[in-house]
Design a protein around this ligand. Sequence first.
Ligand SMILES: NC(=O)c1ccc[n+]([C@@H]2O[C@H](COP(=O)([O-])OP(=O)(O)OC[C@H]3O[C@@H](n4cnc5c(N)ncnc54)[C@H](O)[C@@H]3O)[C@@H](O)[C@H]2O)c1
Length: 344
Amino acid sequence: MRILVTGGAGFIGARLVRAAVAQGHHVINVDALTYAASLSAVWDLDEMPNYTLVPADVTDGAAMRRVLSDHHPDAIMHLAAESHVDRSIKDAGPFVQTNVVGTFTLLEAVCAYWMDQGQPADFRFHQISTDEVFGALGEDGVFTDQSKYAPNSPYAATKASADHLVRAWHATYGLPTLISYGSNTYGPGQYPEKLIPLALTRAVAGEQIPVYGNGQQVRDWLFVDDHARGLLSVLERGRVGEAYAIGGGTELRNIDLVRALCRQLQVKRPIAGRYTDLITHVPDRPGHDFRYAMDTTRAARELEWCAETRFEDGLAETIDWHLRGVPRPEMTEHNHAVPLGDVA
Ligand SMILES: NC(=O)c1ccc[n+]([C@@H]2O[C@H](COP(=O)([O-])OP(=O)(O)OC[C@H]3O[C@@H](n4cnc5c(N)ncnc54)[C@H](O)[C@@H]3O)[C@@H](O)[C@H]2O)c1
């Protein structure tokens, strides 16, 4: 397939692009190269005949129309987004712009392109969404792909808005769409503002590791390569107009996750003191969702997909990557808008 991936220089996008190129798909990577992008994660693909990078912004309708007519994709995988909850609380404007206006702009361009092509039934527009659109769970229960939307953060609200646009473009114009709800994703290459890479960066520097509130919030952790494989399964086997929950099946309280990370670090890079002594509880985030968990039965049944990476192994790979000092954009005063660890 010729797959146009938006946000393919981001954390999940880069691993998805690598997996798709390795499977022989032709990938057109459309990315605005914001602070969250990492060209070092995809630079070596420039050598590949089945990979093209197009620096462009999804809110630019003319650029989207151009890339579609230049590259003739069979499928769109839409990952480009502003993705950091704390930033969305500080300033929701860029989230509305990229996640809502950007998705609308892309949908308009893609729908016109699809109609010009004679509305091929095997075309796909895959919207990459998040379990956060469903809001918070209590101690029990799980989200499914049928759960009611109830977003709590500006980030989640803009992702929910984008999902609704995608759904409407399917119902109204017949565009063959798919939606996937991924759970909290971790792994090598994540920008160091999210909980795991932030905790690692701080711990290795001997600095305080911030944990929101009492750290009792529960997240369902999914290794990035399992997520990428899940997205390709949705694209290849998902039923048009449907949505699929892609969860890691590893529920952990934030405080337990940070302690597990400190324990592994103590073995891999021993220090005289204890990394756990660096853990510092900081005031909770407003509207902080208590718990997320996903029922992935449908993905297992219809897509033959399930998460395969044990959390300890995925965490070890993530820590090893950090300790090797693989290049990542540095946090600067300019791009490090919020100094606390996010768990989104
Ligand atoms: N990280 C997670 O835990 C997680 C979980 C579920 C779903 N998701 C979703 O997966 C997608 C990717 O997440 P991520 O963690 O890789 O994000 P990320 O922030 O690491 O990467 C986002 C990428 O999108 C690009 N981008 C941003 N604005 C753009 C624009 N206007 N036009 C074109 N490109 C633009 C950035 O340059 C960057 O390369 C997002 O849609 C996110 O909502 C993420």
